[in-house]
Design a binder for this molecule. Structure first.
Ligand code: AMP
Ligand code: GLY
Length: 428
């Protein structure tokens, strides 16, 4: 069968890599892709948000299944447009993608469905929001309602900081229309974890839990990023919490159904593992990045079969098989990221690393320059990923690979999975 993957980051590279392993896949295209993806698939210069062009490409090239990576096309209705044209596509409809596209929609649904989450109120008036913050006190969390490229959340340590966030989001409109409303919520403490589930609308199947590292510097210091690394399994999501996590997904999917929305695709729960159990921080309507890079190397099942089962409503007869291993992804980022960063630096050492067993360098922001050299072309450049029989061995293997890759100004964290390793040691 012919497959089209939409997107061009590390997550999409991991999707293409795993789809390519299926005997059932003949051709893979990726729009727009990157230099790493180009080694496995045919890259097509169509932006991930150019929905009409993507649909025309899919029908002209007889694509049997389209897989959507990023949230922007999902929230803009790529699945609705493809479905209306009779094209098979993996992902939630625009209505279902509101779970990520509107934090107010998500919070209302969670509260109504009885899903554990931070207590919250929704405001469309800045003065009322500020008054609420003054009444509640700090710490408190202020979230822009709409999509803000992962930057719309302020965990405010003081009332002044929260008021400033309200002004920035609602009055200065630094995230545009995403700031028409804000969600103001209780600040939760604990460790965060990411649990994704695949669903066909009725049946859902949990993917292996993962943890990402959002801050740019070691020891979780510095500004937030799109993710500086990830690992799976996540020991903090112990078997003890499994029933609670199932309940979160069951209630959320039921809450959507009660609104007439069938969710098909991957549903990503960002969880805070509090003393009282897991609570939902957010839902995303897509695969996590970089979580996907560590979850897919652990999946034994044929990904194309599983994704197809989600689209056709047959997931109940499609169990997931897993390898008994652990995976670690170390993101190598450009100098300056997550602020202004450089582009165009030559990346060296990739051919040597491609020969290593149980290692895959997923490209995030790369391209080939005029002379065919692979150069940096984004803030997050590479996700150096390794898998092994346990987490400690996977960490060692990933960092051995990182040491062989070089580009000017490369920055990466030295402590990916370190907390999980120390927890494991404490437990044993
Ligand atoms: P979100 O996009 O809603 O997941 O928020 C981004 C990040 O902000 C999360 O990964 C958490 O680190 C933090 N955060 C969000 N909501 C809360 C909360 N209620 N309490 C504490 N931290 C939060
Ligand atoms: N790693 C966080 C996300 O994909 O949103």
């Amino acid at each position: 069968m012919n497959v089209l993957v939409i997107g061009g980051g590390g997550r999409e590279h991991a999707l293409v890599w795993k789809l390519k392993q299926s005997d059932r896949v003949r051709r893979i295209w990726c729009a727009p892709g990157n230099a790493g993806i180009a080694e496995l698939a045919e890259c097509v210069p169509i932006a991930a948000t150019d929905i009409e062009k993507l649909a025309t490409f899919a029908s002209e090239h007889r694509v049997d299944l389209t897989v959507v990576g990023p949230e922007a096309p999902l929230c803009a209705g790529v699945v609705d447009v493809f479905a209306a044209r009779g094209l098979r596509i993996f992902g939630p409809t625009r209505a279902a993608a509101q779970l990520e596209g509107s934090k107010a929609f998500c919070k209302q649904l969670l509260l109504e469905a009885g899903v554990p989450t931070a207590a919250a109120q929704i405001f469309s008036d800045a003065a009322a929001a500020r008054a609420h913050v003054r009444k509640q006190g700090a710490p408190i969390v202020v979230k822009a309602d709409g999509l803000a490229a992962g930057k719309g959340v302020v965990v405010a340590g003081t009332v002044a900081e929260a008021e400033q966030a309200i002004t920035d989001i609602m009055e200065r409109r630094v995230f545009g229309a995403a700031g028409e409303r804000v969600v103001i919520e209780e600040c939760l403490g604990g460790e965060e974890a990411s649990v994704m589930a695949l669903t066909d609308g009725q049946t859902y199947r949990l993917l292996a839990p993962a943890q990402d590292h959002k801050r740019v510097f070691d020891g979780d210091r510095g500004p937030n990023t799109g993710g500086m690394g990830a690992y799976s399994p996540a020991p903090v999501v112990s078997a003890r919490w499994e029933p609670a996590i199932h309940e979160i997904f069951q209630r959320t999917l039921a809450g959507l159904r009660a609104r007439g929305i069938t969710y098909r695709g991957v549903l990503y729960a960002g969880l805070m593992m509090t003393a009282e159990g897991p609570k939902v921080l957010e839902f995303n309507c897509r695969f996590g990045d970089p979580e996907t890079q560590v979850v897919l190397p652990r999946l034994d099942s044929d990904l194309v079969e599983v994704l197809e089962a989600c689209v056709t409503g047959t997931l109940s007869s499609c169990p997931l098989r897993w390898h008994d291993n652990a995976a670690v992804c170390v993101v190598m980022a450009a100098a300056g990221y997550p602020g202004e960063y450089r582009r165009g630096d030559v990346i060296e050492g990739l051919p040597a690393v491609s020969g290593l067993a149980n290692v895959c360098v997923f490209h995030a922001g790369t391209k080939r320059d005029g002379t065919g050299r692979v150069v940096t072309d984004g803030g997050r450049v590479l996700g150096v990923t390794a898998w092994e029989h346990n987490l400690a061995a996977a960490v060692a293997r990933a960092y051995r690979a990182v040491a062989q890759v070089r580009f000017a100004g490369a920055q990466y964290r030295r402590d990916i999975a370190a907390r999980a390793l120390s927890n494991v040691m404490v437990q044993t």
